[in-house]
Ligand binder design. Structure first.
Ligand SMILES: NC(=O)c1ccc[n+]([C@@H]2O[C@H](COP(=O)([O-])OP(=O)(O)OC[C@H]3O[C@@H](n4cnc5c(N)ncnc54)[C@H](O)[C@@H]3O)[C@@H](O)[C@H]2O)c1
Length: 296
């Protein structure tokens, strides 16, 4: 463990890199929890859209009575946009990266971040599948690096996987757990392993459900109902696959199959065929279910 990070807690100022689907949500929940937040995206339009989405989420929260007028205004006041990465990172206690899922992009980003941020700042990636250790290789001080894997939509999903790389310092990990709790989330600590805890288990269930459809064990609605009513899952694995996108699920299955070996994650033929046919789930109107214009 690197003792320099033993006193890095508490995290106050948070910088979020990337203002897309995940970045805007992470910025929102951090601001709602009282953190001053700086949001950076090299695409100025994306930064503006991210801020607009935060405003819309908070407005909806207000109309549902889940956010107060003062809470909404205070959260918005805590968020600043920064057009330069170096400026965005200079004052941060924690930098959370939510840029596209490409290893080389994340590695080059963290080289810049490490040069710009204070030596005591903690650095986190929201990667959903890439190896924390592989990203950390570019850092002079990997002790301050960890994974903070949020779920979509960030303001509604309780889980955060706090991912511990081989060189993540203990104090860094503790600070990550405390930070997630401070956002009102439920953190779990996971070692840096393909699919972490969430995708590895969730995808195994989804692929087995597909094999059951292939074998004619039951139809998709019956298989989903078995999990919903028999195991109290809020949504069956095939309906969830339709929402996530069959193409996205296929990519994750291929990745897990490559990394973990064996037969468990080998994509079933039915999944490949449906993706080839453009049956990607809700976004294309058909997957294991047919979806109307209203999304159901
Ligand atoms: N979408 C999900 O459901 C989900 C869930 C959990 C984790 N993730 C992970 O979160 C990360 C972001 O995913 P997303 O869905 O928000 O992507 P997204 O495409 O919606 O947003 C990515 C944003 O990053 C910006 N960007 C590009 N280069 C950048 C750079 N050098 N510095 C800062 N920002 C940059 C882009 O302009 C874009 O606005 C990925 O690693 C992804 O795997 C996604």
């Amino acid at each position: 463990m690197d003792s320099r990070h033993a006193t890095a807690n508490p995290i106050e100022r948070v910088t979020v890199l990337g203002a897309g689907v995940m970045g805007h949500g992470i910025a929102q929940v951090a601001a709602m929890a009282g953190h001053p937040v700086t949001l950076h995206d090299p695409d100025a339009g994306a930064a503006d859209r991210g801020l607009a989405r935060i405003r819309a989420n908070l407005d909806k929260g207000l109309s549902l009575g889940k956010v107060s007028e003062e809470g909404r205004t205070a959260a918005l006041d805590r968020i600043a946009l920064a057009s330069s990465l170096a400026t965005a990172c200079a004052e941060a206690d924690l930098v959370v990266e939510a840029a596209p899922e490409r290893m080389e992009l994340k590695r080059s980003l963290f080289r810049e971040v490490e040069a710009a941020a204070h030596p005591s700042a903690l650095l986190a990636t929201n990667t959903s599948s890439l190896s924390i250790d592989a990203i950390a290789e570019v850092l002079a001080d990997p002790g301050r690096f960890l994974g903070l894997h949020f779920f979509n939509p960030v303001h509604l999903m309780a889980l955060v996987e706090v991912v511990q790389g081989n060189r993540t310092g203990d104090a860094t990990l503790d600070a990550g757990v405390a930070f997630a709790r401070g956002l009102g989330k439920e953190p779990i600590v996971v070692r840096d392993a393909p699919g972490f805890a969430s995708s590895r288990l969730g995808v195994a269930l989804g692929l087995e459900a597909m094999r059951m459809v292939e074998e004619g064990v039951a139809d998709p609605a019956a298989i989903d109902k078995a999990m919903e009513l028999g195991y109290r899952h809020p949504m069956g694995p095939l309906r969830l696959t339709d929402l996530v996108g069959l193409d996205v699920r296929l990519a994750i299955a291929e990745y897990l199959h490559e990394k973990l070996g064996g037969e468990r994650y080998r994509p079933p033929a039915i999944l490949r065929r449906m993706v080839e046919e453009g049956k990607l789930g809700r976004k294309t109107g058909e997957g294991f279910y047919r979806w109307g214009k209203g999304g159901d």
